[in-house]
Design a binder for this molecule. Structure first.
Ligand code: ATP
Ligand code: MG
Length: 248
């Protein structure tokens, strides 16, 4: 469980996040949705400590992350897996080296143990016999899988995915969404996903936070989105005529 309490963040006097409070549940896929520039990535960066919020608190299973210094944060950081917007694999490394990276950073496992763990994680995302490929030889969907394998290498309690299926065709996007949901449930992870893909919202929207101009504008589940009177959420969701036809 991750709890955000009153998170605010400004850059050069421009308020990007404004008093955001929300609770993300364990073993579930929690979504943050909102238009481009609404603050999704900034919020995620605040959650993992890549940015410091100006105000507010972030609790990881009741541990106050925001009140900790870098050393105190280390144990929590080890429990965090992240899939960055755009994949962010290391291009100069092989698939195996990419997935092994967090194991080398954070554990004292032997090389044999690390190899075994890497192969387990790659198999979990249905990638076999690709250990020695260079990441430049992979398709977009395979890169996302490698990024997920790397994110789960340390058995995370918390998984953050920033636009995990951007740039993928709709079918591959669904495969990646399903994979994230399965892993979340199987390993009882608190997963937070940034997306503006409505398909993902329907597939994964156990808990949905709608950000609008940096504010929590609506909170609910995928079902609730179709019943809400929130004008801005409706405009965001039903921007395409096709979806508008689905609303009763
Ligand atoms: N380091 C930074 N310094 C100054 N402004 C920033 C910084 N990072 C983000 N911003 C601004 O904060 C706002 C929110 O950006 P953010 O990346 O969180 O949007 P987003 O919701 O993730 O959008 P997208 O869907 O396009 O990824 C934008 O106006 C952006 O320019
Ligand atoms: Mg973003």
């Amino acid at each position: 469980m991750i709890e955000l309490r009153n998170i605010s963040k400004s850059f050069a006097g421009r308020q990007i996040l404004d008093d955001v409070s929300v609770l993300f549940e364990k073993g579930k896929t929690n979504l943050v949705i909102g238009g481009s520039g609404s603050g999704k990535t900034v919020l995620m960066k605040c959650m993992v400590g890549l940015l410091e919020p100006d105000h507010g608190h972030i609790f990881y299973d009741r541990r106050d992350f925001s009140g900790m210094d870098l050393d105190e944060r280390k144990p929590i950081r080890k429990e965090i897996g992240m899939v960055f917007q755009g994949g962010a694999l290391f291009d100069s490394m092989t698939v195996e080296e990419n997935v092994m990276f967090p194991l080398s950073m954070f554990t004292s496992m032997s090389i044999a143990e690390k190899r075994e763990r890497v192969t387990f994680c790659l198999q979990r995302v249905s990638l076999n016999n690709v250990n020695n490929l260079s990441t430049s030889e992979l398709s977009g969907g395979m890169k996302k899988r490698v990024a997920i394998a790397r994110a789960i290498a340390l058995n995370p309690r918390y998984l953050f995915c920033d636009e995990p299926n951007s740039g993928l065709d709709p079918q591959t996007a669904i495969v990646i969404d399903n994979l994230i949901r399965e892993i979340t449930e199987e390993f009882n992870i608190t997963t937070v996903i940034n997306t503006h893909d409505m398909n993902s919202v329907m597939e994964l929207g156990y808990k949905v936070l709608f950000l609008y101009k940096g504010k929590k504008w609506w909170e609910g589940d995928a079902e609730g989105i179709f019943r809400t009177d929130n004008k801005d959420l409706n405009e965001f969701v039903f921007a395409s005529k096709l979806l508008r036809g689905m609303k009763k």
